[in-house]
Design a protein around this ligand. Structure first.
Ligand SMILES: [Zn+2]
Length: 368
């Protein structure tokens, strides 16, 4: 039996230069020793070693590696992770043992805990729903450059930041923008971000915990969706750091169409909504990928055909007629969507799209 690889986390540093605050640690493995850092000009960051332990946990489970952190890790926090191990084992067949170990030395870079409730905010449906429909809405919004937009994609990153700052301003909220190179590290490059992003968001919350006492993560899926996902109602809370930061998964009781129905009337949402992962230009949404089209139809079903966030787009029915077929696993979502559309021409267009997409899968089924 080969011995498990050991990744070491060492060289914790914190740096305040000009208006920029930065926390960093070197992660040795799986290939070279490279630093993983967070920085921000919006707040003073805290050197919380559990942040590095959290972000490396899923990659370590994925590669069967061990992580030795050269700093003391909170024992209760480590114990609290165990229920999530069972969930990830069920979803992805990951090892049952916790591969994290602290090194005993206490770091003193974390400072006093913060007082604000923060919410992860990307400008998407889930972000707006959590912000606008919480009984106790967040005080500040948190966005991390380098997570959904690559650090090197400067034009798009600037455009997204400008839109989020404008939205936050109009909502009377403070926006905290962090940057991180986490996704460029070899430990992350070969593990699906769909599995690791929840821990990454929690890690961002931990380094922001000199400002935040709670980090709220808007749910991507509802309770009944049964989708294995990096940020999930079964696992997000385990990242909570006792006495310092509560991590709360929010909004999983509401399905996406119901979320859209509850936010579609808000002009601010229609202007700043950002749902697209395909946009390669400076625009927020490409307006033609499946997710953009599905969202445009959902807004149209609420009586909003013109949504400024999809500005300049080809009319919806024309764009839909240009779609060859839907991905097979999403046909049922469009069938549900069709049930809510009343406008005759749009109904016909979607009916045709669903029919040609179903015909393809039916042909494939009969060929087997
Ligand atoms: Zn798109």
């Amino acid at each position: 039996m080969t011995r498990a690889a050991t990744w070491r986390v060492r060289g914790f540093t914190t740096e305040e230069r000009g208006d920029r605050s930065r926390v960093s640690a070197v992660v040795e493995g799986p290939k070279a020793a490279e630093a993983i850092w967070f920085e921000s000009a919006d707040l003073r960051l805290s050197l919380v070693p559990e942040a590095w332990a959290a972000m490396l946990l899923l990659p370590a489970l994925h590669f069967g590696a061990r992580v030795e952190v050269e700093a003391a890790l909170d024992r209760d926090w480590l114990e609290g992770l165990r229920p999530a191990l069972a969930v990830w084992r069920r979803w992805w067949d990951y090892p049952a043992e916790l591969p994290l170990q602290g090194g005993g030395r206490l770091l003193h870079g974390s400072g006093a805990p913060g007082e604000f409730v923060g919410q992860c905010f990307t400008g998407g449906v889930d972000s707006f729903f959590t912000l606008l429909h919480s009984a106790d809405p967040a005080d500040v919004l948190l966005y991390v450059q380098g997570f959904d937009v690559a650090l090197g994609d400067v034009a798009l990153a600037d455009h997204v930041e400008t839109s989020l700052r404008r939205a936050a301003n109009r909502l009377g909220r403070r926006l905290l923008v962090l940057r991180s190179n986490l996704r460029e590290h070899p430990a992350f490059r070969r593990v699906n971000w769909e599995r690791t992003h929840g821990a990454a968001l929690a890690a961002a919350g931990m380094v922001a915990s000199g400002t935040l006492r709670e980090l709220r993560i808007p749910a991507s899926y509802a309770h009944g969706d049964q989708i294995a996902w990096g940020s999930h109602w079964e696992t997000d809370h385990v990242w909570s750091l006792p006495g310092r930061l509560a991590v709360v998964h929010d909004g999983a009781e509401t399905v996406r169409p119901a979320k859209i129905r509850q936010i579609a009337h808000d002009p601010l949402v229609r202007e700043h909504l950002r749902v697209c992962w395909e946009s390669r230009g400076p625009e927020l949404n490409c307006a033609r990928c499946e997710k953009c089209l599905r969202t445009r139809v959902a807004f149209a079903a609420c009586g909003h055909d013109e949504v400024p966030a999809f500005a300049g787009a080809v009319p919806l029915h024309v764009q839909l007629d240009g779609v060859k077929r839907l991905p097979e696993h999403l046909v049922f979502v469009w069938e549900e969507l069709l049930g809510r559309v009343t406008e005759p021409r749009l109904r016909q267009t979607i009916t045709r799209l669903v029919a040609r997409s179903s015909a393809v899968s039916a042909r494939r089924d009969s060929a087997h």
